[in-house]
Design a protein around this ligand. Structure first.
Ligand SMILES: C[S@@+](CC[C@H](N)C(=O)[O-])C[C@H]1O[C@@H](n2cnc3c(N)ncnc32)[C@H](O)[C@@H]1O
Length: 216
């Protein structure tokens, strides 16, 4: 295991070798993200999202944390027809728009530039899937609005939930991350005990929580 990985490196390498090689704009975005240090979804996590979209016939998605539009574009290519995605960073949002135009997906992906805490109260859509992938210390805040807009039977995906293993054990916690870790633990606890949700935590990528809204 390395510091950045929640599972054994040989397992991650093996799984990644089984995934199809990216090409076209997806490969270009992966290269851009690598060169510019942009955090995009890990290959096995985005693959799982694509499968959820296909299995669940997911059409409407809300994403919190666009970055350069990588996951939004992959989710649209997997079959989503309407994606609202929120990004706080103006420069990242501009790059995302450029990528969405290049991918010819401007009729499907709508970038809302701003702090999700301010943008979310202005949205009133209803979504089949909500993907939370922004500031890790604010998941609970994002969650309140997500529950309001998630359809019954809808899927909530919360990324980076194991946070390089720190959520699971005190032994790995970096002092400067202590507040985020405490909030993530509280968030996981809340998800797993929420009366309207059924949740599982997968040791995939940086840890993914998948929840289904089983009742209103
Ligand atoms: C991990 S990246 C998103 C990656 C993207 N989902 C993908 O896989 O391609 C997280 C993004 O969330 C954005 N972000 C952080 N806090 C935010 C907030 N409060 N509101 C909206 N976006 C936020 C960051 O600027 C960053 O671009």
């Amino acid at each position: 295991m390395t510091e950045d990985n929640i599972t054994f490196d040989y397992i991650t390498r093996y799984i990644r070798r089984t995934l199809r090689q990216s090409d076209g704009i997806i490969a270009e975005m992966e290269e851009y993200a690598k060169e510019n240090g942009v955090p995009i979804s890990q290959p096995e996590s985005i693959k799982m999202l694509e499968l959820l979209i296909k299995i669940g016939n997911v059409k409407r998605i809300l994403e919190i944390g666009t970055a350069i539009g990588y996951s939004a574009i992959r989710m649209a290519k997997a079959g989503a027809e309407h994606i609202d995605t929120i990004e706080i960073n103006n420069d990242a949002a501009k790059v995302a728009l450029r990528n969405i135009m290049a991918a010819e997906l401007t009729d499907k992906i709508f970038v809302h530039q701003g702090d999700a805490k301010e943008v979310l109260p202005t949205l009133d859509g209803s979504y089949d899937l909500i993907f939370i992938d922004a500031a890790k210390g604010q998941y609970e805040e994002f969650f309140k609005h997500s529950m309001r807009m998630l359809k019954r039977g809808g899927i909530l995906v919360s990324d980076n939930i194991l946070y390089k293993g720190m959520t699971a054990t005190d032994e790995l916690v970096l002092h400067r991350k202590i507040t985020i870790v405490k909030r993530l633990r509280k968030y996981v606890d809340m998800l797993c005990n929420h009366p309207q949700l059924e949740t599982d935590i997968l040791p995939l990528g940086d840890g993914v929580a998948i929840s289904v809204k089983c009742c209103d």
